[in-house]
Write a protein that binds this ligand. Structure first.
Ligand code: NI
Length: 433
């Protein structure tokens, strides 16, 4: 198993004892422990379940359907029209497909932004995975106060916020689900609406989840309008009074990084998505050096096109070494931290998740080490980051429950999900292709 010591990750031979949904012992059997099930893990590696710091899970339905086009075309002509046509049922099956992909590659918790809280929550609840869910919000100030009397966009913004609150209230007592308030971005929400979202988060003790500084044009446009970078603008509006997870930060400067560090903002970096949409490289080495909590996300399958954190761990180390011409820029240990303990910290779940420790939740992935790409057994953290591809994951537990065993789903009817995903994706795409 892999254990996080203060000085770094360590591989050791040790049994992990689970009672209910928690780890009750590591290496030392708790007194009077009577297992009703033993999972043999010789020649295997037990790791903490990985945490996907930023995704749009149901966008698996748009996978491989909007590629090799400019960012604006990708967002406004390919993705948004499809998303507008989605029915709640589409969202449910898309979310389940994403959950399957994540479980198969060792992810046990994901931080999601999307338009259908209820269906995503239902898919997470049905499958047994852990999720942090935020309704993607867009709108204007008039929306916040004026209810149904504003213009169409305003009424939409007001309705979206109201629905977000209603839906999260409906699910808030679920043991594996948490919620965020998730205004989409400064170019889809005006200042007043962003502030209203932050106030709502503050009032409810929730985190804020938002996209900031993703593309050069976003930064340039906001600077023209306000004289501020998206990060400085968010700070000025008071958004960082609330604990926040900011996706991307691909285009931030030294002043922005100072603001992020001072306000204890967590950043979810999405290396594949940023490269694929031509948005560049987030200054991850500089953010880490400044003490910013950086976690790792896949973004949605429309812009990646994979929800596999193993690929992301490889990328986040390699691209920054290459981009900064510094072989020590981001290490394998950093990458593993980003999708375990740093991901947990970003979500405010540091006490519960992100490590194999007594008292934490039993969210674990078990990898088969007898694979050619992992032999011979040298540094296991290097193996995870530079050699593994995720297919080595055999068994996954969330909250002490086995959801994947020997690569078979225990809670999901895989064939049904493939059937539903295929026919729904075909319907959603047919008007634009
Ligand atoms: Ni995103």
């Amino acid at each position: 198993m892999l254990r996080r010591r203060p000085e770094g990750w360590e591989a050791e031979k040790a049994d992990v004892y689970i009672d209910g949904n928690r780890i009750v012992g590591v290496g030392q059997e708790p007194e009077g422990f009577q297992p009703d099930r033993v999972l043999a893990a010789a020649d295997k590696l037990v790791i903490p379940g990985l945490i996907n710091g930023h995704t749009h899970n149901y966008m698996t339905l748009f996978r491989n359907s909007a590629d090799d086009v400019p960012f604006e075309e990708w967002l406004f002509q390919r993705v948004m029209p499809r998303e507008d046509r989605m029915t709640p049922e589409d969202a449910y099956w898309g979310a389940l497909l994403g959950i399957m992909e994540m479980l198969r590659t060792g992810t046990t918790c994901f931080n999601d932004m999307q338009m259908h809280i209820h269906q995503t929550a239902q898919a997470a609840a049905d499958s047994g995975i852990r999720a942090v869910i935020g309704r993607g919000l867009s709108g204007t100030t008039a929306a916040a106060g004026s209810g149904e009397t504003g213009d169409a966009a305003d009424a939409g913004g007001s309705r979206r916020l109201r629905e977000a609150i209603q839906e999260l209230e409906r699910w808030q007592d679920h043991p594996r689900l948490r919620f965020t308030i998730a205004p989409h971005a400064p170019y889809s929400c005006d200042a007043g609406y962003l502030q209203r979202a932050a106030e709502e988060a503050e009032k409810r003790g929730l985190r804020l989840h938002i996209h900031l500084s993703e593309s050069v044009s976003e930064v340039e446009n906001l600077r023209k309008e306000t004289g501020l970078s998206p990060i400085a603008y968010a700070e000025k509006l008071g958004l960082f009074r609330v604990p926040a997870i900011v996706a991307h930060c691909a285009q931030v400067d030294a002043a922005d990084i100072r603001i992020l560090a001072e306000n204890h903002v967590s950043v979810a970096t999405n290396p594949a998505s940023n490269m694929k949409l031509g948005n560049g490289f987030a200054p991850v080495p500089e953010m880490l050096a400044a003490g910013v909590n950086v976690c790792l996300g896949t973004d949605g399958a429309a812009s990646n096109n994979s929800l596999n954190l193993f690929r992301e761990m490889g990328l986040v180390t390699l691209i920054h070494k290459g981009n900064t011409r510094t072989a020590t820029a981001v290490s394998a240990e950093d990458a593993l931290d980003m999708c375990t303990i740093r991901g947990a910290r970003a979500l405010g779940l540091e006490e519960e998740l992100g490590g194999i420790e007594e008292g934490k939740k039993a969210d674990l992935a078990i990898l088969n080490l007898r694979e050619p790409q992992l032999m011979p057994w040298n540094n296991k953290v290097s193996a995870l980051c530079y050699s593994a591809n995720g297919s080595e994951v055999e068994t996954v537990l969330v909250d002490g429950e086995i959801l994947l065993e020997n690569r078979e789903f225990k809670t999901i009817d895989a064939e049904r999900v493939y059937f539903e995903a295929q026919r729904r994706a075909e319907r959603l795409g047919e008007k634009t292709l």
